[in-house]
Design a protein around this ligand. Structure first.
Ligand code: ZN
Length: 445
């Protein structure tokens, strides 16, 4: 089933969708101007597009597939390891290799069966994981609101989640699409040497992709299929969804539905790796759609993106009263998701990861050397994951102080690029094939 919905152009509710669309235009124009190397490509893109008004289109592709088989519960507390630290391979679904290759592309380098080993053995992996990214959420402003009691749902999450406000973006880019691509692939944006080979997802653009473009074309090493958390979950028979509020997230539908690889894991679940795609530039209605999906046919893996407070930051400034109001609005939407996950059907079998793509300062966030841009929040709320400081809960992640370490430094911080593989671990699945961010693993307790 293909469903198209439109957000009313004249809607001026609390999310100010018209304003955000305008600020998005300003932002896009700015980002083109500041990088002349991309000007030619961006101009071609603009000419090829229809009016910006069509950005307020909701595209929803929903495809039915047979109910997912129950996965074998494996674990509880999860720890991650590689061979060198003595971690044993996971069992059940975690041990099944996942790979997906599109025509003309070579297979991804084989990755270990599981980055995160679910240990402890007794507690089952969850059946539903929600990965939420709050675009442009700078921890220093969230903390201001928390101190004033104005972010009650983040406050509630802090009591139950492993969390830090000193997580990191990618090393080389602090803009939206490159960082979200790291989240879903576990790959750095720019080539990073690992085991003698350079790896990257290579997507550095931050505007709407060309209609036929996809991530696979930019992968380093060239010719590799860029596998994602959607591939792993879907190939293992689980339902997947993306609910986003910027049109540029069509990149992931183009990459993982239009150009998805074959399923070589168990029964063939097809090449379309994201079962439900909803892009709605009004976060409040997008969340309503997501909640409805959770209640009617909950995906195992949901990737949810709020376009705020980024839009307001670009319009009137990070930390401005309007920006703080936008953060409060996102807190309220977070509350809706938490409430949905606390209903009986999700009791004990759902997890929520909350992070951001970047922070921001004044009207921008493009300077990757500025801590105000690369410092982000990271929350993991899940059965078996102890609440408290994430740098205590995750034993082999290290608070980076005021730095953003290179990927080759021994002590790595939590990064938004960890999110996809943490989601896989929580679902009891193996590592995203080819992912290299923290291939040394993630260890709990
Ligand atoms: Zn932005």
């Amino acid at each position: 089933m293909v469903r198209y919905q439109s957000s009313p152009l004249n809607e001026q509710g609390s999310d100010c969708s018209g304003f955000f669309a305008l600020s998005s235009r300003v932002k896009s124009g700015y980002e083109r101007l500041v990088d002349p190397a991309r000007l030619k490509r961006a101009t071609r893109r603009v000419l090829s597009r229809t009016l910006w008004a069509t950005l307020l289109i909701v595209a929803c592709t929903q495809r039915k597939k047979p109910p997912a088989p129950e996965t074998t519960p494996t674990a509880a507390v999860f720890s991650v390891g590689n061979a060198s630290n003595g971690a044993s391979p996971p069992s059940g679904a975690s041990s099944r290799p996942t790979s997906a290759t599109a025509p003309g592309l070579t297979a991804s380098p084989t990755s270990p069966p599981s980055l995160l080993r679910l240990a402890g053995a007794q507690q089952p992996a969850v059946k539903h994981v929600v990965l939420l990214s709050v675009d442009g959420l700078a921890p220093r402003f969230l903390e201001m609101l928390l101190e004033q009691g104005k972010a009650p749902h983040f406050a509630a999450l802090q009591k139950q989640a492993a969390w830090t406000h000193n997580a990191r973006t990618d090393k080389t880019y602090t803009i939206t699409l490159p960082n979200h691509t790291s989240m879903v692939t576990g790959l750095p944006v720019s080539p990073t040497r690992k085991h003698g080979v350079h790896f990257a997802h290579g997507w550095t653009e931050n505007t709407d992709p060309e209609p036929r473009d996809n991530l696979h074309r930019y992968r380093v090493p060239a010719g590799s299929y860029t596998a994602s958390m959607f591939d792993v979950a879907h190939d293992n028979g689980l339902r997947t969804a993306m609910f986003a509020s910027k049109t540029k997230f069509s990149l992931y539908a183009q990459t993982y539905n239009d150009a998805g690889g074959p399923d070589t894991v168990g029964p063939d679940n097809g090449r379309q790796k994201i079962d439900t795609v909803v892009i709605d530039v009004t976060p409040s209605t997008m969340v309503d759609s997501f909640i409805a999906q959770l209640q009617s046919n909950p995906p195992a893996l949901s990737f949810v993106h709020f376009n705020q407070p980024d839009g307001t930051g670009h319009g009137v400034g990070w930390g401005s009263p309007a920006y703080l109001t936008a953060v409060q609005q996102m807190d309220a939407l977070l509350g809706k998701i938490i409430a949905a996950l606390q209903t009986p059907q999700f009791s004990g079998n759902a997890a929520l990861i909350v992070t951001a793509d970047h922070g921001g300062v004044e009207l921008h966030h493009g300077d990757q050397s500025d801590m105000r841009n690369f410092q982000i929040p990271f929350y993991v709320w899940a059965p078996g994951v102890a609440p408290g400081d994430a740098y205590r809960v995750f034993k082999n992640r290290f608070s980076p102080g005021n730095e953003n370490p290179s990927y080759d430094e021994e002590k790595q911080p939590l990064r938004n690029g960890d999110a996809g593989n943490i989601a896989m671990a929580l679902l009891g699945l193996g590592t995203i094939p080819g992912s290299v961010i923290h291939s040394a693993g993630l260890q709990l307790e």
